[in-house]
Design a protein around this ligand. Sequence first.
Ligand code: SF4
Ligand code: SF4
Length: 483
Amino acid sequence: MSRKNRPYDFYDTTSSVCTTCLRQVEAKILIKDGQVFMDKWCPAHGTERVLMADDADYYRLAREVYVKRPEMPEHFSTAMQYGCPYDCGLCPDHMQHSCLTVLEITDHCNLRCPVCYADSGPERLTHKPLAVVEQMLDAIVKNEGEPDVVQLSGGEPTLHPDFFAILDAARARPIKHLMINTNGIRLAQEPDFAARLAEYGRGIEIYLQFDSLRGEVHQALRGADLTRIRREALEACNRHKLSTTLVVTLKRGLNDGEIGDIIQFGLTQPCVRGVTLQPIQDAGRNTDFESARHRLTVSEIRRRIAEQSGVFTLDDVVPVPCNPDTLAMAYALKLGDTVTPLTRHLGPDVLLAGDANTIVFERDPALKAQLFKLFSTNHSPDSQASCLSDLLCCLPKIDAPALSYENVFRVLIVQFMDAQNLDIRALKKSCIHMVQPDGRMIPFESHNLFYRDERQQTLQQIRAEIDAATLARRQVFRVHPVS
Ligand code: SF4
Ligand code: SF4
């Protein structure tokens, strides 16, 4: 009798949820023909196979090399009662503090985009009262001490009637970096608005929706041609020296061929500190989304950056150690018109030795020191001498300590998992959390799956089932204790 082999390597087990019923299911991670798949099985809805990465080597690099000890928040808000992902949070089983906390201050918006995880629009009119927002800011500070990054979001946060009072409240707390997640309409249309934002000085960043340089892509993702709005918003940010990140929602076949153009465009804009690429997540309103056609994995986007940007190679786009499954980054030094990729010189040893887990590495003093050391002309690690000499001969003489945030350009890939590709092992490392009015911090992914609006009804039903099963288990155990 000849034994048969399976046509794949069995790499690991994890758990996920069934895409149909959202109940927790077992999952296997398989590697086949250089690609990584997750196989799930639900007793009620059968099997599913999901592509997790199209580059098994990169996936293994993220899983096996870029592993860092979890950094804890200062406070957990919920207990472990129903199991992950039904206990958010953060519950004590979570494995990463909040690198970035999202604070949704309104559900109102002046657009109604076909793609919006918050399902926002003009018809939604609820603004969180200022006092509630202040409580939420306090909760973030209680959890984090000195939060790395807080992002005001919505809806469209700039439409909140107390928007500037909220900025004042945020600035009055020890928050290192404050982002405003905006579609840019107020920046483009109200000259005074950008001027007033600029009065807050450094430490404020505009997180500008910027999906494309083409009108038809805006139509598809935002329901309107926003080309002029984007240009005018950026002009305002440049005029008032407002640090800006361009945020691109990526949909395969729509704008994934434009990644390089957007990075190149960003490099020409003095106010732009980087580009964040977010593959589309099936959450909230997601018109015409077909998973097989439109989904992009981190490894695919990494390759497109290398193919299209003309700046970064594959070696420059590395996993972010705090959550390497879903985050990748490439850093470059920008000096005038010269752009020099940095990340290839910051190997895992340097990145894993950083004092703190955070996705804004230029805010990490230890890493910043490493970076400056790397670029001080007469001091470099021997192992990097040859590539550094190549590098330094291309650069003007550098006075490293004079480098600042303005000289750093970063490209981030930020993947948010949805029901289909949820790997609960990776979810436990999620470092982008949504603060709630009651003080809970809920990972972005589980928030969109279980904790947003009417989705909480499904969560309550699942919790009731778990309660019933736990009760039954206890009763059986009482009658037939294990000897
Ligand atoms: S995702 Fe994190 S906070 Fe939520 S239940 Fe799982 S471990 Fe707890
Ligand atoms: S994606 Fe942003 S701009 Fe579009 S409807 Fe949602 S909140 Fe508004």
